[in-house]
Design a protein around this ligand. Structure first.
Ligand SMILES: [Zn+2]
Length: 189
């Protein structure tokens, strides 16, 4: 049982013994790739260190994987496929606006939509993050569901969600997304 009382925006990891080259370099110009702890070949791609830290991304991925397994009881093949995707994930973050043609949650296509996140490939997600924003308030967990579907279905990540053109996304995924985001928010992540 958790007894956390705040939804703080000031969550800061203070990792010890992490060599400098594995950390985000605050004064380095341009995009940089920072290793996400615990996941073998996963990186945060960011234009600046203030958007997001790799520890919070790692916590979210860890929690998501655990809760996904609990809810979906995957066979060992599916579990390994998803773990492989998470272990090779590129998480691109930024605050720029991207206008896209995309599907709403009920499968309606919408052009000129302002994207809060995109699953670009089976192992590449982009999320819009404003300075100081918690991860639970972004579309990260939503994009992780596309990653899971893509890893197990192989052909696509079900871009139309609950729509009928593609298959894969179920109501249970919405419940998973809500549960994981609620817990992350309680943790201030
Ligand atoms: Zn989506």
């Amino acid at each position: 049982m958790l007894f956390l009382t705040t939804c703080s925006h000031s969550w800061i990891a203070k990792p010890k013994d992490v060599p400098g080259y594995k950390r985000c370099q605050p004064f380095k110009g341009g995009p940089q790739m920072v290793k996400i702890p615990h996941f073998e070949r996963s990186f945060l791609l960011t234009d600046g260190c203030w958007f997001m830290d790799t520890e919070r991304v790692s916590i979210a991925m860890y929690l998501f994987f655990k809760e996904w397994k609990k809810r979906f009881s995957p066979d060992s093949r599916a579990e390994q496929d998803v773990l492989n995707a998470l272990n090779a994930l590129m998480v691109e973050v930024g605050d720029s606006k991207k206008t896209v043609t995309a599907y709403t949650m009920d499968g309606t296509i919408w052009s000129g939509a302002s994207a809060s996140g995109l699953t670009v490939s089976p192992t590449w997600v982009w999320i819009r993050v404003r300075d100081g924003q918690r991860l639970c308030d972004t579309s990260f967990v939503h994009e992780l569901i596309h990653v899971v579907i893509w890893a197990t279905k192989k052909t696509d990540g079900d871009p139309d969600h609950l729509g009928s053109k593609y298959y894969g996304w179920k109501i249970d995924h919405n419940v998973l997304m809500q549960e994981v985001n609620e817990l992350l928010c309680r943790w201030g992540v």
